[in-house]
Design a protein around this ligand. Structure first.
Ligand SMILES: *Cc1c(COP(=O)(O)O)cnc(C)c1O
Length: 480
């Protein structure tokens, strides 16, 4: 079994194994005609159940052959132009190259003595991101596993900076369409069950600042403490961007921590055309960015940035065996001092390779393309009487529903749209998402693939209409 260790005697084995894996994936890219095969849980579960993990196959070719049936054949492929569902991007090749390098070298970014140059590369990317945001010279941050962790860490810092000893009195304000990780964070941080105050949104799904002002006022009057306002720069469901400058004013007025959740909208930091849509982000105390959403990076790649590096001390603990206090005095950069994680992947390398090969403009151009595609898709939907579309896109999301010509009741329309989504998924021809708007079922395209065309959008809309009509036809038949 020693022969599987990656070391100086095994370079050839390493090379052959990785190339073989790369060949399989490359073969898939070339041959899949659909984003999904439509496989069902009941089809795959028995195959995976049947694998005896205590009886290894012994070589990677056999394991890859097996993996073909268990995973590769039926995986959901995000690079396909008709994968339009969630916030998953096709990935750029320099980042995949970075991934291959980082997992083989396997640095751990917690301490300098486990990563050396990796630490400095991560720090430079944090500085780069903070500068793009405009956070100022005292800014800092750290890579995280994702937006969920970034939001948690930001809110931990906000809690520690809040001026009260009573956790029960702390309140967080976030729009009613903010990400659920805000509520999870509040729970993990020991806040009251009603600590997250939902603030209503306007027609465009942007937080209403008049309502926020009222809630902040009410909070103070009732002796509670406004711990943080979470402004979402790109809501998961609609891509809507909260009015950041107005929110910054209110945060200043009430002495409240301003967190901007730009997990999705961070792509605008590289945009050549639409950077102004997140103007005001530079006034945040903390910012969440998910490079694995709009920087075309493989999962995971995310960061939390802060205006004041000193606030990161709230996550600092020292261990004599790892990051002793004296290392700080000796100016040894131990990133674990800033992170909720200990052992931590060198995810930063993927972004590094991306910027070194393509540059920020290369990423920004790709993101601009999907924003333009969404704008075009919005025009198509708005002009098509069969569809109802909500919210003109600020990023790359379209939320809409099919409205049958033969007018039926609202619950029938709900069911037709639900059916269309499921039927489309089962066919594998395209993958779309769904959500609710004012209690009704809608469909959603999250457009993150610059290769998707308006013709793809038109074709998928036809498929949706076809499935919905088929459902309505069948229910009519049953009723007769
Ligand atoms: C996706 C998302 C998150 C969570 O990020 P993960 O990387 O999935 O953990 C948080 N906030 C917003 C607005 C998101 O879209």
């Amino acid at each position: 079994m020693r022969s599987h260790l990656l070391n100086d005697t095994n370079a050839e084995h390493y090379r052959r194994s990785v190339i073989e894996g790369v060949e399989r994936v490359a073969g898939k890219l070339a041959t899949i005609g659909r984003p999904f095969t439509g496989v069902r849980v009941d089809d795959l579960a028995p195959l995976i159940d049947a694998v005896d993990l205590d009886k290894p196959l012994g070589d990677s070719t056999a394991a890859l052959d097996e993996l073909e049936d268990l995973y590769l054949r039926d995986a959901v492929y995000f690079h396909h132009p008709r994968y339009l569902a969630h916030l998953n991007c096709p990935v750029v090749i320099p980042a995949v190259l970075g991934e291959a390098v980082l997992s083989a070298v396997n640095s751990s970014l917690d301490t300098w003595d486990q990563s050396a140059g990796g630490t400095l590369i991560e720090r430079k990317l944090i500085d780069w991101t903070a500068a793009r945001i405009g956070l100022g010279h005292a800014a800092d941050g750290v890579f995280t596993s994702g937006g969920t962790q970034s939001n948690l860490q930001a809110l931990l810092l906000a809690r520690e900076e809040a001026k009260t000893d009573s956790l029960a009195r702390l309140r967080i304000f976030a729009s009613e369409v903010s990400h659920f990780s805000v509520k999870k964070s509040a729970k993990l941080l020991g806040l009251a069950p009603d600590a997250v105050v939902p603030v209503p949104v306007d027609h465009d799904k942007r937080l209403q600042t008049v309502a926020l002002a009222r809630e902040l006022e009410r909070c103070k009057e009732s002796g509670l403490v406004p711990m943080a306002v979470v402004a979402t720069a790109g809501t998961t469901d609609f891509g809507s961007i909260d009015p950041l400058p107005e929110i910054a004013e209110l945060c200043e007025q009430f002495g409240t921590w301003m967190h901007v959740d730009a997990a999705y909208g961070c792509g605008l930091l590289a945009s050549l055309k639409y950077r102004d849509r997140i103007a005001g982000i530079e006034r945040a105390d903390s910012v969440t960015v998910d490079y694995h959403k709009s920087f075309f990076q493989p999962v995971s790649s995310s960061a939390v940035l802060v205006r004041d590096a000193a606030t990161l001390r709230h996550a600092t603990y020292h261990a004599d065996y790892l990051n002793p206090r004296r290392a700080v005095a000796e100016r040894i950069p131990n990133q674990v001092d800033k992170s909720l994680q200990t052992t931590r992947r060198f995810d930063a390398l993927k972004l590094w390779m991306t910027l070194r090969v393509m540059g920020a403009d290369g990423i920004g151009r790709l993101f601009d393309e999907v924003c333009d595609l969404a704008a075009e898709g919005f025009r198509m939907l708005a002009a098509d009487p069969r569809f109802d579309v909500v919210v003109e896109p600020s990023l790359s999301t379209l939320v809409f529903r099919y409205i049958p010509a033969a007018v039926t009741g609202p619950s029938e329309i709900d069911r037709a749209n639900l059916y269309a989504r499921k039927a489309l998924f089962a066919s594998g021809d395209a993958v779309v998402a769904g959500t609710k708007v004012a209690g009704r079922h809608y469909l959603k395209f999250t457009l993150l693939n610059p290769e998707t065309t308006t013709a793809d959008i038109a074709a998928v809309l036809e498929l949706i209409a076809g499935h919905a009509e088929q459902y309505l036809g069948e229910t009519l038949d049953r009723a007769c």
